[in-house]
Every structure is written in C-alpha cells, then in structure tokens.
Design a protein around this ligand. Structure first.
Ligand code: SF4
Length: 289
C-alpha cells in the first residue's frame, strides 16, 4: 500500500514519521482508526485540548479586529482561559494591528519531490523594522507566531529539533511571495516565535538563514522520498517505547494497553524529549501558491 498521489505532508505527519514510522504507516497509509485514548485522564485531556482550541480561536478573532472586551466576555468564568487571555492582551507589540499587518491562520503549500508540503500558521506578522539579528534598514521582518498552551515550557533544544521549526520558515520562504509583493521572502527576514500562554515572558525565538533553508530542503525532501519508498513491508516500531504510552495504537503494536498520564507528559516537556498534545489545525482549508 502506498501514499495517494495527492497526499499532502505537514509538520505533524512528518513528526509522526520521525517519532515512529509505524505510526505514520498506520495513520496515513493504512488509515487505521483505533479506538483508544492517547492520554489520561480522558476528561482532563479533553478539557485541556478544548481550551487550547478556544484560545487559538480567540486570538484569530482578535487579529480579525474583534474588540478585546467583546472577546473576553466569551470566556468569562473560565479561570485558565482568562489567565491566558490576560497574558496575551498584556503583550507589547500586538496592540497596533494596522502597523503589524498580521495574517492570522493562513495556509501555504508548495511541491516537494512528488508530493506537496503544507502548513497552517497561527499568525504571520509583517513589521517594518528589521529582525533583531539584522542591522536596521535591512528589510521587513516576517514573524511566524505559534501559540503554545503546554502546561510546562518545553526546552529550546526540543523545539529546535521539532519538524514545525523546520517546516514553517521553509514554506514561508518557498510559498510566501504573496505576502511580500510577489517577491520570495529572503530567509534572513524570517523569524519564528513560539509564545507560551502560561509563560508569556519566555518566548522561544528562532532566526532563519539561507543555510538553514538549504539544509531544510534537503532534509525534508529526503524524508518524503524515504516515506514514499516504504512499500508494503511493515514500517519499524519506534525504539522510544515511552512514545507508545501516548499513542492510540499501543495495543495493536503490543506496546501496552493503558494511556499515558497527562502529568507525566508534562515532565517529558521539561526534558529534552518534549511532548505535547497536538492541536492539529492543518487538516483544514488551505491556500495554494
Ligand atoms: S504504539 Fe508505539 S510502536 Fe505502535 S504506532 Fe504507536 S508509537 Fe509506534
């Protein structure tokens, strides 16, 4: 069984492959539904995911110009969401939306090898000042913001290795010309920022360069070709068995039958391994360039 020709790769499907080739095969090639929880307790995980989705929705509405007071009324009485929202509205730099020229929830895609690679961004903001790593006057700054609602702040080392950190700036360079008057965006003018709802003063910032772009293109292209060559053999199971605790296929793979605990996932988040409950918005509509 092989991938359908119109399959679109995303950072989350590629991350699945890197974490466990078998999971990629079960989820995207065989499309196996397996009725198991990935995290316990179920209600707590579900509520946490719902709040994450609600926060993303609030911020989207904010960037569309809906007044903050009106948005705050939507979450009245939910202490956690009110706290996250307060942290967001206290942020410097997001007040003047006209200067920021923010594009919330845009999707970009580009061909890579025999397939397409796509990404859905929380916000891409265009600011007239140069990025911090460039001298003033060296062009505008295209900042990719990604909102993270993790209960613990992940380590930078893990974020740096994450497929999202490689895919998002790469695709903005490849497919973001419409945001830059029809000209490709130079990698040096791109910055990616993970902003944490519970740690508003500790964002993780990643600058970008031509060299990183070239490395990402080779790496992502190689990964996609490798997946395309999986063929009908069973893909290997992950060697990192802790991943199976948070994977719905664990009983199918004979890797246990109890879902991993949300609290223990938080501890991983503080290590170099990193883990998060993924809010996967990438299956939704996209714009192709
Ligand atoms: S249970 Fe483990 S080995 Fe099986 S698909 Fe999930 S992560 Fe991979």
């Amino acid at each position: 069984m092989t991938l359908p020709k119109n399959f679109q790769f995303s950072q989350s499907s590629l991350q699945d492959y890197v974490d466990c080739p078998r999971r990629f095969q079960l989820r995207y090639i065989q499309r196996r539904a397996w009725p198991a929880l990935d995290t316990a307790p179920a209600l707590e995980s579900e509520l946490f995911m719902q709040r994450g989705a609600q926060f993303h929705h609030l911020v989207h509405q904010y960037f569309l110009g809906i007044p903050t007071e009106k948005l705050a009324r939507q979450i009245e009485g939910d202490e956690m969401l009110e706290g996250w929202w307060q942290n967001f509205t206290d942020l410097q730099g997001f007040q003047n939306l006209e200067d920021l020229r923010a594009r919330p929830e845009i999707s970009l895609s580009a061909p890579l090898g025999e397939f397409r690679l796509m990404a859905k961004y929380d916000v891409v903001a265009l600011t007239p000042s140069s990025p911090a790593h460039l001298p003033e006057g060296k062009g505008e700054n295209f900042t990719i913001y990604d909102w993270k609602t993790s209960r613990k702040r992940p380590k930078r080392e893990w974020l740096e290795k994450k497929l999202q950190t490689r895919v998002y700036p790469y695709l903005l360079t490849r497919a973001g010309a419409q945001l830059n008057g029809g000209q490709p965006i130079p990698p040096e003018q791109i910055e990616m920022i993970y902003w944490f709802t519970d740690f508003p003063d500790q964002p993780a910032r990643f600058s970008y360069s031509e060299e990183q772009f070239t490395t990402a293109e080779a790496y992502l292209g190689g990964l996609i070709a490798e997946i395309n060559n999986l063929g009908d053999d069973l893909a290997p199971l992950t060697k990192d068995e802790f991943r199976c605790n948070y994977c719905p296929y664990r009983s199918l793979c004979s890797r246990g039958n109890k879902a991993g605990l949300l609290d223990e996932m938080d501890e991983f988040n503080e290590s170099e391994i990193g883990f998060e409950l993924e809010l996967d918005f990438e299956g939704i509509t996209e714009v192709e360039y």
